[in-house]
Design a protein around this ligand. Structure first.
Ligand code: HEC
Length: 200
């Protein structure tokens, strides 16, 4: 298409302006859920958490690994734990250094696939073998310590499920309450969250 000569530079100018706007950070529009203060997760009529989807595209924060070999052959959470936080809540953490009401983190367990690669001996990820979640919700979980509830979609000896009830506090919450660095979350093992925390 031929444009009149005086507006020919316009597309380029608009492009440059667009880039500048993104560079200055003005493109960071809040998601719809964040704007309305809505929850990004949902529960069914039985009060069970519906397995969140798309979490592998959230913000990845770290991968602790507790292999059986280093735990007398019986690690409580064997192998790799890939941890993700929803982008809306990461954004708030980055700004305030706190986890907002409605925060959700997912932890996906991955088996140790191989212990040898061209780079040397070590632990290399195998298959996805488990999925857990934690949610901070002051309305739904007002009686849970810190308002955090814990969920496991995969429990030993049982088939994985698409929905699951919150675990009793004495199974999960107590350990997070006692040992996690920031508000029930083990940020001491998540370099991405540590690096993003303001005032560090
Ligand atoms: C003995 C202590 C302990 C118990 C009990 C425990 N956790 Fe954790 N949890 C950890 C540690 C340590 C981490 C840090 C990452 C890792 O090593 O997996 C963690 C991380 C997590 C995370 C990632 C987000 C975060 O808070 O750091 C989720 C989700 C999670 N645990 C779910 C559960 C569930 C569900 C249960 C109960 C079935 C449970 N945890 C019981 C120690 C515990």
């Amino acid at each position: 298409m031929r444009l009149p000569s005086f507006i020919r530079p316009l597309p380029t100018l608009l492009g440059v302006a667009g880039c500048l706007v993104s560079l200055l950070g003005f493109h960071a529009t809040p998601s719809i859920a964040e704007k309305k203060g809505e929850r990004v997760y949902s529960f069914n009529d039985q009060g069970e958490l519906i397995q969140p989807q798309g979490y592998r595209e959230w913000i990845y924060v770290g991968t602790p690994v507790t292999p059986n070999e280093l735990n007398n052959g019986k690690a409580a959470f064997p192998e790799f734990h890939n941890v993700y936080i929803h982008p809306d809540h990461f954004k708030k953490w980055k700004k305030t250094g706190a986890f907002p009401d409605g925060t959700i983190l997912m932890k996906e367990l991955v088996s140790v696939g191989s212990k040898q690669a061209v780079s040397g001996a070590g632990y290399f990820m195998g298959e996805f073998i488990g999925l857990e979640a934690t949610i901070k919700d002051s309305k739904r979980f007002k009686s849970e310590p810190g308002n955090w509830a814990y969920f496991s979609f995969t429990q030993e000896g049982k088939k994985p499920t698409k929905t699951t009830k919150a675990m009793p506090a004495d199974k999960c919450n107590f350990c997070h309450q006692a040992f996690a660095k920031d508000d029930w979350v083990f940020t001491q093992y998540y370099p991405v969250l540590r690096a993003a925390k303001p005032g560090r």
